[in-house]
Ligand binder design. Sequence first.
Ligand SMILES: NC(=O)c1ccc[n+]([C@@H]2O[C@H](COP(=O)([O-])OP(=O)(O)OC[C@H]3O[C@@H](n4cnc5c(N)ncnc54)[C@H](OP(=O)(O)O)[C@@H]3O)[C@@H](O)[C@H]2O)c1
Length: 207
Amino acid sequence: MVATTLAAGFIKHGYNVCLGTGHPEKLESWKAQQGDKAAIGSFADAAKFGDLLVLAVKGSAAIDVLESAGKENLKGKAIIDTSNPIEAAPPVNGVLKFFTNINESLMEQLQKEYPEANFVKGYNSMGAPLMVNPDFGGTKPTMFICGNSAQAKNEVTEINTLFGFDTEDMGPAEAARAIEPLCMLWCITGFTANKWDGHAFKLLKRG
Ligand SMILES: NC(=O)c1ccc[n+]([C@@H]2O[C@H](COP(=O)([O-])OP(=O)(O)OC[C@H]3O[C@@H](n4cnc5c(N)ncnc54)[C@H](OP(=O)(O)O)[C@@H]3O)[C@@H](O)[C@H]2O)c1
């Protein structure tokens, strides 16, 4: 869902996109709707194709998918990491369970495994329908990002601006320990009140 939503957003803003998948047949109708700027391929095809990559798979599958994508195809590239380390177990009173702990995030694990790729956490703590130019009556929601590469964060900040967000750079990869659990907070009203598409985070600042 995140992959097809963001891919459609990139296409809307003039980019060419290749979606990587293990199940190309599931994406044929999506591709037909998007026209000639959309392509579908293996994870390696998509990683080779992209100047900027997006990781949008189940958190528990992230390492396997990156391995299929191929280390060489990830090297030196910015990778927007939308994934969340959600446990298979159901939420408790609307609160998701994570398979990571508060002192080590999923993105740090991915960054350690692929030191030559430039992961940037983002697009993990709002619902997919709000990821591209969401309408909050003129107010821009905040996109919290973090990562070790300033260049990669600049590239992602440009995309955030195109997609209608203000960016808050929270620093290097360790900040993903704080950004990933925002997903838990965002989802509570979804699970408890079935509200999935009307709220986003905004950082208020003085001065
Ligand atoms: N849904 C949201 O609103 C939302 C919002 C923010 C963040 N996120 C996060 O974004 C990520 C993607 O979420 P989603 O809702 O888009 O999930 P989704 O619709 O279930 O898609 C996940 C994709 O992951 C791939 N995948 C799953 N298990 C795999 C495995 N073992 N090996 C290889 N590929 C596997 C599958 O790709 P193929 O079937 O194509 O092979 C699947 O289509 C998750 O980490 C989620 O927590 C979701």
